[in-house]
Design a protein around this ligand. Structure first.
Ligand SMILES: Cc1cc2nc3c(=O)[nH]c(=O)nc-3n(C[C@H](O)[C@H](O)[C@H](O)COP(=O)(O)OP(=O)(O)OC[C@H]3O[C@@H](n4cnc5c(N)ncnc54)[C@H](O)[C@@H]3O)c2cc1C
Length: 522
């Protein structure tokens, strides 16, 4: 089918992660349910070999990479029951850490009782298990929809050009000379989050230090092996064997947990420093859970004593910040406050004047969200132990730049507006910082479609602006994290990272795509 110079398709889905896969599943289900007579032709364009799993749930994660919440919070129904049933069906393979699953045997050993007893909902399960489930489900649904043709095109979408009633999509394939060109009625952009924010660094030709730009470029396991080798070589050459993780977010936790699971403590018995602008995250220490006792003071006072017209996004943020600070001063953990403060935030959002809702989506929502990041399970326990044993230290400062010297990286940071150098040198600087803004992205495809004016960034610079039908331009639909920063009658997203929320928008996106199809065909 994909052999003609320009291949006509109804829908080109760019990106085969959970956002693209869940949209595909909804397109198939709706096409089946509405008894669509004309064949629905869909092409899924995915640059990695790892299709229908996405970055976090397939090969690009690691054998010890876990979901960041207990399973019960990871998915909503009916996905939750579907995945749980799949886990039950594959219990024996999980218990023997069957190599085909690619999961950590040490994780299985630690949780064998829970797995045997089917307590899946309480577990922070290996993310790759969800990838296996997703691939199986997509294959099943394609087979169950004879009225649709679905093809996967391995390659990188590079260019989108407008044409009558649709778009051409140029796809650069690893094994082909020229690009494959699709003529698509609709395009669904499901390309995940923007790339990581790059860290300034100067590498010499005969560099001693190594710089890890992205911990998910290949897989965490491959990264650890490379790092282990590099540290060994550096120490052998009398350079530093120390490691600097820049950022104290989920990527840093994931790496520390992977080191622990891989039994690599010897290689990492040197200094491991985590650079974090806000210092040691409260959630990196395990404390007794007191969420049931926690009650908000400042959010209650602010939202109770302020008329709707006077409520502001900044005011909500300030109240939450004060609540969290007070809670910690009174012996609660930040995590204890999450449920209560999240609920109260949800309640107040509808009361904010529209301009303040816009301000929340543009800026304050992401600042508030810093307090709601889920942390628990094995990741938290490992970080807590490493901190308590003094095997990692956290520096409260912001990364500025690194220079490679004879002993490794010399790193300059900003601490409260003052520049200083971190003591010693580092064999490796690992980028665990957040995502870059769209306006500065160097992702070639995003850059191209932004510069060509095909799409535009939201004011928050975290996503692509869409209308109520998820369209950034007629026939260009967006789903997944790049919906961040959109406010309209149908959506209020300051971010859209969690899996269940991404899945939740898929039916609406699919309906909009099919409505357009019907409209174009008159
Ligand atoms: C390491 C990590 C761990 C996470 N853990 C959790 C978790 O435990 N729970 C949770 O709820 N959320 C988690 N998330 C949040 C995550 O954003 C969502 O769960 C979800 O996976 C995002 O799915 P997606 O399909 O939008 O993006 P992705 O999974 O990134 O899929 C996008 C796909 O598009 C492809 N692509 C990109 N550009 C192009 C192009 N130009 N041409 C062709 N293909 C392209 C990519 O190769 C990729 O496969 C995690 C995120 C990360 C990065």
């Amino acid at each position: 089918m994909l052999s003609s110079p320009t291949t006509p398709v109804d829908v080109a889905i760019i990106g085969g992660g959970i956002a693209g896969s869940s949209t595909l599943l909804e397109l198939l289900a709706t096409h089946r349910d509405t008894g669509g007579e004309e064949t629905l032709r869909i092409v899924v364009v995915e640059r990695s070999q790892d299709v229908f799993a996405g970055l976090p749930y397939g090969e690009r994660s690691g054998s010890s990479s876990l979901i960041v919440t207990p399973l019960r919070e990871f998915l909503d129904e009916p996905w939750l029951s579907g995945f749980e049933a799949w886990l039950e069906e594959h219990r024996e393979e999980v218990l023997r850490a069957d190599p085909r699953l690619g999961i950590s045997a040490s994780w299985v050993a630690d949780h064998a009782a829970g797995i045997r007893e089917g307590r899946w909902l309480d577990l922070f399960v290996p993310r790759r298990l969800f990838g296996h489930y997703l691939r199986a489900r997509v294959a099943q649904e394609i087979a169950a929809t004879p009225g649709a043709e679905v093809e996967v095109l391995t390659g990188q979408a590079r260019v989108l050009r407008s044409r009558e009633d649709g778009w051409t999509v140029e796809v650069v394939r690893p094994d082909a000379v020229g690009p494959t060109v699709l003529a698509a009625e609709s395009v669904v952009l499901a390309i995940g989050s923007p790339p990581k924010r790059a860290l300034a660094h100067e590498l010499r030709e005969d560099a001693v230090g190594c710089y890890v730009a992205d911990t998910h470029a290949t897989s965490i396991d491959a990264l650890l092996e490379d790092l282990r080798e590099h540290l060994g070589r550096a120490v052998g050459a009398s350079a530093s064997g120390d490691v600097l993780l820049v950022g104290a977010n989920a990527d840093a936790l994931e790496l520390l947990h992977a080191v622990h699971r891989a039994g690599m403590t010897r290689a990492w018995d040197r200094r491991v420093v985590v650079l974090a602008p806000r210092g040691t995250p409260d959630a990196w220490t395990v404390r007794p859970v007191r969420a049931d006792e926690y009650r908000s003071v400042h959010m209650v006072a602010y939202t109770g004593s302020t008329a709707d017209a006077d409520l502001t996004a900044a005011g909500v943020h300030a109240a939450i910040e004060q609540d969290v600070r007070d809670a910690i001063a009174h012996g609660f953990s930040e995590q204890d406050t999450v449920e209560e403060l999240k609920r109260r935030t949800g309640e107040v959002l509808d009361r904010l004047p529209w301009t303040e809702q816009q301000a929340f989506v543009d800026r304050w929502g992401n600042l508030v969200y810093r307090f709601y990041r889920p942390t628990g399970g094995d990741y938290q326990r490992v970080a807590s132990t490493l901190l308590a044993e003094g095997r990692i230290t956290v520096e409260r400062a912001t990364y500025l730049r690194a220079r490679d010297g004879e002993r490794g990286w010399t790193v300059t940071v900003d601490e409260d507006g003052r520049e200083r150098e971190l003591p010693g040198a580092f064999a490796a600087v690992v980028n665990c910082a957040g995502f870059e803004g769209l306006s500065t992205t160097d992702d070639r495809f995003l850059r191209e479609i932004l510069d060509d004016g095909v799409v535009r960034a939201t004011p928050s610079d975290t996503g692509i602006a869409v209308d109520e039908t998820f369209q950034a331009a007629p026939g260009i639909f967006v789903t997944g994290p790049l919906l961040g920063g959109n406010l309209n009658a149908r959506m209020r997203f300051w971010h859209l990272e969690s899996c269940h929320r991404i899945i939740a928008v898929a039916p609406d996106v699919a309906r909009s795509v099919l409505r357009r199809r019907a409209h174009v065909r008159g």
